[in-house]
Design a protein around this ligand. Sequence first.
Ligand code: FAD
Ligand code: DLZ
Ligand code: SF4
Length: 513
Amino acid sequence: MKDTNAPKLLVVLGDQLSLSLSSLRHADPYRDIVLMAEVAGEATYVRHHKKKIAFVLSAMRHFAGELKLYGWPIRYVQLGDPDNTGTLMGEIERARQDLDINDVVVTAPGEHRLAAQFANIPWLEMLEDDRFLAGHADFNGWADDRKHLRMDYFYREMRRKTGLLMAGSDPVGGQWTYDPKYQKPSKQDMSHSEPLRFEPDAITKDVLQMVERRFDNHFGTLRPFWFGVTRKNAQAALEHFATTGLPHFGDHQDAMLHNAPFLYHSVLSLYLNVGLLSPLEVCRRVERAYTEGHAPLNAAESYIRQIIGWREYLRGIYWREMPGYTKSNYLNAKRALPEFYWTAMTDMACMADAIDQTRDEAYAHHVQRLMVTGNFALLAGIDPVQVHEWYLAVYADAYEWVEAPNVIGMSQFADGGLLGSKLSAASGTYINTISDHCGNCRYDVHKKTGEGACPFNPLYWDFLKRNEDKLRGNSHTGTAYQAWDRMSAAKQQDYLDSAAAYLKTLDDWDHNQ
Ligand code: FAD
Ligand code: DLZ
Ligand code: SF4
C-alpha cells in the first residue's frame, strides 16, 4: 500500500516562480522537499538569448531564497554543481536517489516538450497549472462547440468570467473592444515610455558572470542587465506601467519609432510568463487605473484584452493542437532564415532596428514582432520552423506555449488560419504609416519595383501571387486580389521580377556561406 505520509519531491521549474503554485499548495513544508535545478539543457534546447538565461536563473535563485524564508526545505542545484546532470529529468532522478524519495509532484510544464517527458511516469504526479484564467477543460469546453474559433468571442467569455470592466452583464462603456487609433506618438509623449530598470544585486551579478562564461556563444547582449528578478521588482514594474505608459497604450500600441524600443508597452510579459505576476492581478491593477480616472477606457480595455483574451486564447490553442502544431507549414514555405536575423546586417531600416533591439534587450514589442520581422519572414517564404526557433530563442518572454501560436499561427499563417483567418501580411506602405523608419532607410518606400524599391513592396504581391490557390478565398485578402487583378500584366510581372531579384540575393547569400 502506498504510504501517503511519505515525503514527496516538489519540482519547481524556472517559469513556475509563484508562491501560489499548485504543487506548493498541495504539499507540506514539514514533510516534503522542493527541488529547483539550473540545467544546461533548458538554456540550450534552443540557444536562448543571454539576457533570458540570466533573468530566469537569477529569478530562480531569488525565488528559492523566498521559499526558504517561508520555511520550505530546498534542494537547489546550481549550474556549476560538478554532479549536475544537465537535464531536469536527470536532476529529478538524482534527487530521488540522494534523498531516498519515491514520489515526485510537479505543476504541469508550460511546454509540451517537457510535459511529454513527465507524462506516464508512475511515481510522478502532474498537477494542472492553474495560474491561467482558462484551464484546459474550460478552453476545450468552449472550443469544442464551435466550427470556427474566434478570439473575440473567447475574450467576452473571459470578461464575463472575471467581471473585468463589466457593468453587470454588459461591458463597461457599451462596447466589448476599443480599437487603437494608430497614432504615432509625439516626442513629448515619449518621455513617459521607459520601463522600470533594476540594478543587479549580488545574486544577479554572480549569475551574469556565469552566463558570460558559459553562454558566451549565444545570441544577445548581456549587459546592461536591468530586468527585475523578484516578485517585489515585478510588482514595482507593474505599478510603474500603470501610472506612466498605460494611459497612452490604447492610442499608440500599434506604432513604431526609431530609438523608442518600448514606447508605451508594459514590458511585463517576462514577469507574467515566469509567474512573478499573475494575469488577474495585472488586469485588476489596470482596471483600477481606469476606474480611478488615471487611464482612459480604450487603454485599459485593449491592455486587458491582450492578457485575458490573446494570452489565454493562444495557450488554449497550443495545448489543443500540440504536438503537431509547431511543424505546421500550410503555405509550404521553405527558404532558410536569413543570416541578418542574427546580425541585423541589413539595409532595411525597420528590420535592422527591430533586430538590433532584440539583440540588445531580448525584447521587441508586438508590432515589431508581427509586422516587421514576422511580416518579412511570411512574405519571403521562410520555413516556419526556423522562424519559430528564432523567436523562441531571442526573447526574454519566449516559452513555446505562447510563442508558437503567435509565430506559427498569427504571424506565419502556417496553421492555415486555425487561430483566426486574418493574414498579417503588409507592404512597406503600412510600415511607413505606423512608423518613422522609412525616412532613415536606404530603400524608398514609395518606389514599388526595381533597384532601390522597398523590398516589402514587391514581396507583398509576390507572396499573394505565390499563394493564390490558398489565399484568394480568404475574406481578408479579397480586396488585395481585386487590386492585383486590376493591374496590367506588365505591372504584375514587374512586381514578380523585382521580388525574384530580391529573393535571389537572400538565396545567393545563403549558398555562399
Ligand atoms: P504589451 O504590449 O504591454 O502587452 C501587454 C501584455 O499582453 C503582454 O505583457 C502579454 O502578456 C500580453 N500579450 C500581448 N499580446 C499578446 C499576444 N499576441 N499573445 C500573448 N500575450 C500577449 N508574447 C510572449 O509572452 N512570449 C512570446 O514568446 C511571444 N512571441 C511572439 C511572437 C510573435 C511573432 C508575435 C507577433 C507576438 C509574440 N508575443 C509573445 C506577443 C507579444 O508580442 C508580447 O507578449 C509582447 O510584445 C510583450 O511585451 P509587453 O509586455 O511590453 O506587452
Ligand atoms: C528558460 C529556462 C532556463 C534558461 N533555464 C532553466 C533551468 O535551468 N531550470 C529550470 O527549471 N527551468 C529553466 N528554464 C525554464 C524552462 O525552460 C521552462 O520551465 C520549460 O520550458 C517549461 O515551460
Ligand atoms: Fe522598412 Fe521598406 Fe520602410 Fe525601409 S522603406 S524602413 S525596408 S518599410
